[in-house]
Design a protein around this ligand. Structure first.
Ligand SMILES: [Cu+2]
Length: 101
């Protein structure tokens, strides 16, 4: 995918949108570019493409990662693909993260 990512620098109210009402505990495949990795916090900041299945536009945001080991395989500036799943608290977390190819 070579399309430019039209990413607003930040989106106020995005958190509420991400806590939205998508039903089951499905996984959602997404693509983006890593901006920063925080191993201590088990989180990664990603500028992701639009995720149609969730109705999300492309944007920059921080995700929690379920398996911290996934963070060892990615670094800032790298293209990645990842799976999102909705946690019991209603947040979307990354359940699988890997370098794009
Ligand atoms: Cu987002």
């Amino acid at each position: 995918m070579s399309a430019a990512i039209a990413a607003p620098a930040s989106m106020p109210g995005m958190g509420a949108m991400h806590a939205g009402s998508t039903a089951a505990a499905r996984g959602f495949l997404a693509y983006g570019v890593v901006n920063s990795v925080d191993v201590a916090a088990s989180s990664v900041n990603i500028t992701h493409h639009a995720i149609k299945a969730l109705g999300w536009p492309g944007m920059t945001m921080t995700f929690q990662v379920r398996d911290r080991e996934d963070l060892a395989s990615v670094k800032a500036g790298e293209k990645v693909d990842f799976d999102l799943a909705r946690s019991s608290s209603g947040q979307y977390v990354i359940t699988r993260l890997r370098s794009g190819r």
